[in-house]
Ligand binder design. Structure first.
Ligand code: SF4
Length: 398
């Protein structure tokens, strides 16, 4: 089996991106011949290792789960993925070295974080770690030990005003100090990975977006991702309710969230569409200024698509859509549930506490979900508006 270990640096980032694009084309061809097509192993595995979080960002779609998990005692199966299960996932994919994306909640809040890091030392592979950075200094020793293959995806949604308004008042300085700390260790060659900033657009940062990009460049960030908040309008949620009921009612109650509302109801935060002009002006300024810092908008909208997108219009204006996720990526929740969709965990395909990774990946249940989803994308019955912010729609990842 092919060993696809990837050394990460700025030079091979472009190659990596090009490979992903050509791979997307090949996968699309295979899906058109077989709707249940999947790669032999998941190439990417996303693990939400804990629901716990030390912030409560207004645009976080997992806010409710985080609040619940923070109030739970140690070692409850709902709120945290057990270290032995994380090890099991890495062991089962050690030959193919699936890429990992670890997030939460706040992954550094995992109550056995040091043991989690030891597992990554034992089974090294490309790892993206999404963090708000507040615990970075405290966890630095373990972070440095695994840093060779690490991309820290640092959530920072603008300057102090944004942090105070949208995340948690008074914590900006700690977050910013830790960001500068990791970047200074990187300059000295002590931290050997990359640092990406993920900034979710909000009404405080938009008028200062250009300045924010300059700030990220000045302090030495490797990449900046600017994400639109994921907003699913009421109209689209109801369409998704109907679609799920008609195509997926055979998925049993395990697929349901502990609260009774399906997960597509969590995406309610949105920008006021009146910010569109200011945002477009800032984007113009960013685009017309020479810079070294790679910046990616997520999704990468044209100017005339921004207003509709922010308003939550049920419209995806790109070429014919399909989902890259179900053929190549596995998504594992803190309770061990595996969902075929990385965003909506109602597409329950199995549980990693009870089954092997490959049994879930190749199982009848997962294949049926793939088949129905791909056929629905193909015949237009899938309410594609629910996916319009997903980086896996049409293989638009990275
Ligand atoms: S494209 Fe849609 S179905 Fe696929 S992972 Fe994204 S949200 Fe889920």
């Amino acid at each position: 089996m092919q060993n696809k270990s990837v050394l990460i640096n700025k030079d091979n980032f472009k190659t990596f991106k090009n490979n992903a694009c050509s791979q997307a084309g090949k996968i699309k061809n295979k899906i058109s011949r077989l709707a249940s097509y999947a790669m032999p192993y998941p190439m990417d595995i996303e693990m939400e290792i804990t629901h716990r979080c030390n912030l409560s960002c207004r645009f976080c779609f997992q806010r409710e789960e985080s609040i619940k998990a923070n109030n739970q005692p140690r070692k409850v199966p709902y709120g945290e993925l057990d270290v032995s299960i994380i090890e099991k996932v890495l062991r089962e994919t050690s030959e193919v070295k699936s890429d990992l994306y670890m997030h939460g909640g706040e992954p550094l809040m995992h109550q056995e974080w040091n043991d989690v890091a030891k597992v990554f030392e034992k089974y090294p592979r490309r790892l993206r770690l999404s963090t708000n950075g507040l615990l970075l200094e405290k966890r630095m020793e373990s972070i440095l030990r695994i840093s060779k293959n690490l991309v820290i995806v640092f959530s920072l949604h603008g300057f102090k005003g944004s942090f105070d308004t949208y995340s948690r008042k008074g914590m900006y300085d700690q977050s910013n100090r830790n960001l500068k700390l990791i970047l200074s260790l990187k300059k000295k060659g002590v931290y050997r990975g990359l640092v990406t900033i993920n900034c979710v657009l909000n009404e405080q940062v938009i008028p200062n977006l250009f300045n924010f990009t300059k700030y990220c460049e000045r302090i030495g960030v490797d990449q900046l991702i600017i994400s639109y908040p994921w907003y699913i309008s009421d109209h689209t949620r109801r369409k998704m309710d109907m679609y799920y009921e008609s195509h997926f009612s055979w998925l049993n109650s395990k697929s349901k969230l502990e609260n009774n509302k399906p997960s597509w109801y969590n995406y309610s935060f949105h920008l006021d569409p009146s910010v569109t002009n200011t945002l477009c002006n800032q984007i113009d300024k960013i685009e017309s200024t020479k810079r070294k810092l790679p910046i990616r908008f997520h999704p990468d909208l044209k100017k005339n698509e921004i207003y509709g997108h922010i308003s939550g219009k049920n419209r995806v204006t790109r070429r014919k859509q399909y989902c890259m996720n179900i053929t190549k990526q596995m998504f594992i929740l803190p309770n061990g549930n595996v969902s075929a969709c990385k965003v909506f965990n109602e597409f329950y395909a199995g549980n990693i506490y009870k089954q092997s990774l490959i049994d879930i990946w190749k199982g009848e249940r997962m294949n049926n979900i793939r088949k129905i989803m791909n056929n629905s994308f193909n015949d237009g019955s899938w309410p594609v508006g629910v996916c319009s912010k997903c980086n896996l729609l049409s293989g638009n990842q990275l």
